[in-house]
Design a protein around this ligand. Structure first.
Ligand SMILES: NC(=O)c1ccc[n+]([C@@H]2O[C@H](COP(=O)([O-])OP(=O)(O)OC[C@H]3O[C@@H](n4cnc5c(N)ncnc54)[C@H](OP(=O)(O)O)[C@@H]3O)[C@@H](O)[C@H]2O)c1
Length: 265
């Protein structure tokens, strides 16, 4: 297969969801540093305003806040209409949440909202920007999945299933669009030190699992490098890559049992 050209970041417009913190904020910072104009999406309007001002001042790019609740149909539709009327060269579908605990005891509304944000929003935004990218013969979509995508994750049951969806969706889309000039990447990090652990609703799990994890600034370059190489899946870290390969080889009930032990704090 011919080696892909580096992605043309300079002067491109990138939409980053979940840009107010963690991996999304790191994506925004890295992309601004290499010359991308930005549309920053999350719910925290004040944080996005400050971030847009700082990034445009520091890197001389244009950065526009687009406060949106991606878990809400109407709010999402307004963003989709905005994006349809403007040029998007790179979409980073990063916003996502998880929950931790026994499924039967978790808040049912939160579980459904997780699917809405982690899956429905990813599909809707990708569908909004892809046709114009295909027409131009250029563009990129990075969907942030997780190493949780490679095996069932008891006690993070809904979360792992949403990320398995994101992985399958992205790889299929990468294959559909192969040769079109549009790149689609499923980015699958292992644990990263962000607000994610705390947002699962279990502080014991959060401190046990994420305390020694790498920081988002260390992880994001792996995604951009994989996009440059035209990869459809990227798993940062050797141990995570071994885990992903192993999970693909073993029966699902085996990997579910192992991951239940791993996820027990
Ligand atoms: N951290 C990890 O260990 C890890 C590992 C693998 C994959 N991931 C994935 O990485 C992605 C980013 O997570 P993170 O670790 O950076 O966590 P984080 O620091 O908690 O960031 C989550 C981001 O999503 C946004 N968000 C949450 N709900 C939203 C909604 N309804 N509408 C719009 N934006 C919303 C948050 O902003 P607002 O609150 O301002 O809306 C925030 O910017 C997620 O998809 C996660 O599944 C994380």
């Amino acid at each position: 297969m011919p080696r892909a050209e580096p992605f043309p970041y300079r002067g491109a417009t990138a939409v980053v969801t979940g840009a107010s913190s963690g991996l999304g904020a790191a994506f925004a910072e890295h992309l601004a540093a290499i010359g991308c104009d930005l549309v920053l999406v999350a719910r925290s309007a004040g944080v996005l305003d400050e971030q847009a001002e700082r990034l445009s001042g520091h890197y001389g790019v244009s950065a526009r806040p687009a406060p949106t609740d991606l878990g809400d149909h109407e709010s999402r539709r307004a963003l989709v209409e905005q994006l349809a009327g403007s040029r998007v060269d790179l979409l980073v579908n990063n916003a996502g949440v998880g929950s931790y605990g026994r499924f039967a005891e978790l808040d049912p509304d939160r579980e459904v909202a997780q699917v809405e944000l982690n899956c429905v929003a990813v599909v809707q935004l990708a569908r909004a920007v892809l046709p114009a990218m295909l027409e131009r013969g250029q563009g990129g979509i990075v969907n942030v999945a997780s190493t949780s995508a490679f095996q069932p994750t008891p006690t993070m049951t809904t979360y792992g299933a949403t990320k398995a969806f994101v992985l399958a969706f992205s790889v299929a889309l990468a294959e559909e669009t192969r040769g079109s000039g549009v790149r689609v990447l499923a980015f699958c990090p292992g644990p990263v030190q962000t607000g994610f652990g705390g947002a699962t609703g279990d502080s014991h799990f959060a401190s046990a699992f994420f305390a020694k994890a790498p920081h988002p600034e260390q992880i994001v370059p792996h995604a951009l490098e994989a996009l440059d190489r035209g990869r459809s899946v990227a798993v940062p870290g050797l141990a995570n890559r071994f885990g992903a390969v192993g999970a693909n080889l073993a029966p699902r009930w085996v990997t579910a049992r192992i991951s239940k032990r791993v996820l027990r704090p």
